[in-house]
Design a protein around this ligand. Structure first.
Ligand code: SF4
Length: 396
């Protein structure tokens, strides 16, 4: 398939990995932002092709993983109200709240439905004017335009029975927060191509300049990622800073102006809490102006709800690149995809789920490189049991 097969060519991937080995003369730590990239790295064993001096750490770009606990509790509280149809992508149903998840609410009788587009939820609101239809609007800049379109459409149609439970987060403020942390170990970023399809690359330039780092925009196939790593290492070795776009087949510097205009029309930027990380200033969207009437938190009176995170789950550290899933004592024992303690074990983009799916039972550390040099053309393992995930992988 065009744009897939040529980016999974094992021979070219090994050539690119060899070029990285030649290029890296010092230890470097690079973070891939997106959970879709994390899954590709782990699935295809790309990190095992790299020199031991080069460390890849996994970032917070998994929308399900960073959705705070109280939002799950709010979703359940809304879903339990009489007459509500609560719509969500499949990934969110297994994410634990403080006491239960949406799937158990569904099993207990709440009308929780998996949809494949927010416009499906708008159609449900049209078809059931006697019911209150709520869509769980989760994700990064990538999914925000579709959710903005849904609420824009609902308003145009005069649908008073449609609302959004909004949990949208933004990539650049998270990068700023990571780089400003005293625990930061990231020296260069692989930025997520699909976010840049919407937002462009220019908002990363001040971050690169301020923190004196390279940021390389790349895609999700093995060659995309390896080429992005090669460019990032080359820039680090040269002491260069700035933003480079290595996903030019999809990303333009200005992004998608129409989508950005729709986002400005429907949303306003607000502080957002990230699960396991805390509040990051100006890091999310909320409905603005006339669209605020479509805010499910206000409509159902759940806005003030606050709960503490689980002390056992270290996913916040995993999402900041400070720990790997293997370093969590609960990994693969008390925490599995069937019995997850944290969202990173549930999501199709979660780092813990990736390690469980592709590397459980294998020891962490350099031994991986010698003992299992996975091929980029290696077929996919059978999926762990889970409800249907988001319609597109890596659609944060
Ligand atoms: S393995 Fe489970 S408990 Fe540990 S960090 Fe990942 S999700 Fe949390």
């Amino acid at each position: 398939m065009r744009f897939i097969d040529e980016y999974r060519d094992a021979g070219r991937a090994r050539q690119c990995a060899d070029a990285i080995v030649q290029r890296a003369t010092r230890p470097w730590t690079i973070m891939e932002i997106c959970g879709g990239q994390t899954h590709a790295i782990v699935k295809f064993g790309l990190d095992e092709l790299l020199p031991a001096s080069l460390t890849l750490v996994h970032g917070p770009g998994c929308p399900v993983c960073v959705t705070p606990l109280e939002l799950i509790d709010k979703a359940i509280a809304i879903a339990q109200q009489p007459g509500v149809i609560f719509c969500s992508f499949g990934d969110m149903l297994r994410v634990p709240g403080s006491a239960r998840d949406l799937l158990s609410a569904k099993a207990a009788g709440s009308d929780v439905r998996i949809v494949y587009s927010p416009l499906d939820a708008v159609a449900l609101a049209q078809a059931h004017p006697e019911r209150a239809v709520v869509f769980f609007a989760v994700g990064f800049e990538t999914t925000a335009p579709a959710n903005a379109l849904a609420v824009h459409q609902a308003r145009r149609l005069g649908l008073r029975n449609f609302s959004l439970l909004v949990s949208h987060v933004l990539v650049p403020p998270a990068m700023e927060a990571l780089l400003g942390s005293p625990h930061n170990r990231v020296q260069g970023f692989l930025a997520a191509g699909h976010v840049c399809v919407v937002m462009g690359t220019r908002e990363y330039e001040p971050i690169a300049a301020r923190h004196r780092i390279p940021i390389v925009v790349t895609g999700f196939e093995p060659l995309d990622i390896l080429q992005g790593i090669h460019r990032c290492v080359s820039l680090l070795e040269a002491g260069a800073v700035g933003v480079e776009n290595h996903y030019a087949r999809a990303v333009r510097p200005e992004g998608n102006p129409s989508a950005q205009a729709l986002l400005r029309e429907v949303f306003t930027v607000v502080d957002r809490k990230w699960r396991g990380i805390g509040v990051i200033p100006a890091s999310g969207f909320a409905l603005r102006g006339p669209y605020a009437d479509f805010d499910a938190e206000r409509r159902f009176g759940v806005a003030a709800h606050q709960v503490d995170e689980s002390a056992e789950c270290i996913s916040g550290l995993v999402l900041q690149g400070r720990r790997t899933p293997h370093e969590c004592p609960a990994f693969g024992t008390r925490c599995t995809p069937d019995h997850p303690l944290g969202a990173t074990m549930v999501s199709s983009e979660g780092a813990c789920a990736a390690y469980y799916r592709y590397r459980r039972g294998r020891p962490p550390g350099p031994g991986l490189r010698a003992s299992n040099p996975a091929s980029p053309s290696e077929p996919e393992s059978p999926p762990a049991a889970a409800p249907p995930a988001n319609p597109e992988p890596g659609q944060s």
